[in-house]
Design a protein around this ligand. Structure first.
Ligand code: 9D3
Length: 261
C-alpha cells in the first residue's frame, strides 16, 4: 500500500507514521507514506491556500488551484491510486470500507480545512468521499490518520500471526470478550475462575458467551444488523435463565426498606 496525504499540515503526520504498527510497516517497506502540501502549488507572495466563498458568508474555502495542483502531483506518482476526500459529508467509514480500501495499491487522501473544498475540485479529482462519524472536527487530517490506521492493519503480513485481522470482533460483527492479565486480583477485583482452569474448551465457551452478552448490552444495534446463529440464541437464552434462577433462589434476599438500599 502507498499512501499520499494532501494536506496543508504535513507535520501532523510524522509522529503517526513513526510509531507502532504503522511505523514498523513503513520501516519494513510494506507500506509507503508521504504528504503533498497545496502551499507548494501557490504562486502568490503569501502562498494562500484559502479564499472567501462566492456568495459571501462566514469562513473560508480551500482554494481550487493549489489543491488541484497537489492532488495532480500525487496522481502522477501513483496513477492507479484511488483519490479520497475526507469530509463530514462523506460515506460513513466502517470496517467493510476499510477492508475494501486495503485491497488498493495506492490511496490519495485529501484533507479539507476551513469550511471545505471548492466543489469543482471534488467533481474533477475525487473518487470517493469519506466521513469518520457524525461530529464536527476542524479538518480532515485526523480522519485521514484514522483511515490509514484501520486500513493498514488489514493488509496481509502487517499484523503478527496471533493478532490476525480475521479474529477481529468487528469482522465477526460482535464486540470482543473481556480481557484480563496479571495480577490475579487487582484492587480487590478478581478475574473469572474459568480463565485459570486450563480447560480451553470452557475458556472458548466463556469468551463466546461474554462477547454475545457484551454486544447485546452495549451495542444492540450490531446484533440486530448481524442476527444470531441458533447456537448463539441458545447461549443468550441460557444466560437469561441463569439470571432468573439466581433471582428466584434465596441467595439474593429482599433488601430491608429502612436501610435505604
Ligand atoms: C462548522 C463548519 N461546518 C458547517 C456547518 C462544516 C464543516 C466543514 C469542515 C464541518 C467540519 C469541517 C472539518 N471536518 C472535516 O474535514 C472532516 C470530518 C468531520 O468533521 N467529521 C467527521 N469526519 C470528517 S472527515 C473530514
Amino acid at each position: 500500500m502507498n499512501y499520499i496525504v494532501v494536506t496543508i499540515f504535513p507535520e501532523m503526520f510524522a509522529p503517526f507514521w513513526e510509531h507502532g504498527i504503522i511505523g514498523r510497516a513503513i520501516a519494513s517497506g510494506k507500506i509507503t507514506a508521504g504528504a503533498v502540501n497545496p502551499r507548494e502549488f501557490t504562486n502568490d507572495r503569501h502562498r494562500t491556500t484559502d479564499d472567501r466563498p462566492f456568495g459571501g458568508g462566514a469562513g473560508m474555502v480551500m482554494k481550487s488551484g493549489p489543491l488541484a495542483g497537489a492532488v495532480r502531483s500525487a496522481r502522477r506518482r501513483f496513477p492507479e491510486a484511488l483519490t479520497l476526500l475526507l469530509t463530514p459529508q462523506g460515506r460513513p467509514f466502517d470496517q467493510e470500507t476499510a477492508l475494501q480500501l486495503a485491497g488498493q495499491n495506492a490511496l490519495i487522501l485529501v484533507c479539507g480545512r476551513y469550511e471545505g473544498v471548492d466543489e469543482r475540485v471534488g467533481d474533477a479529482l475525487i473518487d470517493m468521499e469519506v466521513s469518520v462519524g457524525d461530529y464536527v472536527l476542524t479538518g480532515g487530517e485526523l480522519p485521514a490518520m484514522i483511515l490509514m490506521d484501520a486500513v493498514t492493519r488489514l493488509i496481509p503480513g502487517i499484523l503478527g500471526g496471533e493478532a490476525s485481522a480475521e479474529k477481529d470482533s468487528f469482522s465477526d460483527g460482535l464486540l470482543e470478550h473481556a480481557q484480563y492479565t496479571r495480577p490475579r486480583v487487582f484492587e480487590g477485583r478478581g478475574a473469572p475462575e474459568v480463565l485459570f482452569s486450563g480447560n480451553h474448551k470452557a475458556i472458548d465457551d466463556w469468551r463466546r458467551e461474554d462477547a454475545l452478552i457484551r454486544t447485546l448490552l452495549k451495542r444492540k444495534d450490531l446484533l440486530e444488523k448481524r442476527g444470531l446463529r441458533p447456537e448463539e440464541r441458545k447461549i443468550l437464552k441460557k444466560w437469561v435463565r441463569d439470571i432468573e434462577r439466581l433471582l428466584d433462589a434465596q441467595s439474593l434476599p429482599g433488601a430491608d426498606p429502612s436501610s435505604g438500599a
